[in-house]
Design a protein around this ligand. Structure first.
Ligand SMILES: [Mn+2]
Length: 228
């Protein structure tokens, strides 16, 4: 990866925040954007967010990681009708409203294909990226998807990973809107759909950008992390 390595936290249907960050970042062909998952649900424009992410594949290297919400939506689309009520309750209702339909079958095929193309984790030379969690002593390739997509840092903050790389995670909403930094671990889900913001974080330099769900750019600064 020659260009920037920029992770983006849980978008949750917040298109204005995403657009503001993309406008500030101006990703180009040399950049890698690692999306930490939970693109869908809760915010008001999941349909618009997925359109934007699909277009983004033409602009830069895109590594979209599947979040638990994205997985649940896919499960429902794939016929797990017993999960429909649960999904709608956890923000799927806002997703369906963004499509202007009550029928899961109306969700565009290209959106379904995008979600199906998502990966479970991503690794670079000094960092690794998952939606939610990891196990200290297990290579990511052998880690259960439940841990990768569902484990909350509110229950337990894992220690340093066996790879000695720094973890960059989403999923556990930091309701104060601030990046959580624990030395070996960063969480950049800063509660965009609520009263926080969406965070983009350049892993090599600590440069970061934050925008709220109305599209206001709140911060563009440098985060001090010890990098190797
Ligand atoms: Mn999540």
């Amino acid at each position: 990866m020659a260009g920037r390595i920029i992770a983006i936290g849980d978008i949750h249907g917040c298109l204005e925040a995403l657009d503001t960050l993309l406008n500030a970042i101006q990703p180009d062909k040399s950049d890698s954007l690692i999306l930490l998952g939970d693109f869908v649900d809760r915010g008001n424009n999941t349909a618009g967010v997925l359109d934007r992410l699909i277009d983004l594949r033409e602009r830069c290297f895109l590594f979209p990681i599947l979040g638990n919400h994205d997985e649940l939506m896919l499960d429902v689309i794939n016929g797990q009708t017993w999960n429909l009520g649960k999904w709608l309750m956890y923000g799927g209702q806002q997703t369906m409203t963004s499509y202007g339909t009550d029928a899961v079958a109306d969700i565009p095929k290209k959106h379904v294909e995008f979600l199906q193309s998502c990966i479970s984790y991503c690794e670079t030379e000094h960092h690794f990226f998952t939606h939610a969690g990891y196990q200290e002593n297990k290579p990511l390739a052998n880690t259960d998807s439940t841990v990768l997509r569902w484990e909350s840092l509110k229950i337990r903050i894992p220690g340093p990973h066996i790879s000695r790389k720094m973890a960059i995670l989403g999923h556990t909403a930091q309701k104060n809107g601030k990046i959580l930094y624990q030395g070996h671990l960063l969480c950049i889900d800063t509660y965009c759909y609520g009263t926080g913001c969406l965070t983009a974080f350049e892993a090599q330099t600590g440069e970061y950008w934050q925008a709220d769900k109305t599209g206001l750019l709140l911060n563009h600064s440098h985060f001090r992390v010890k990098l190797e």
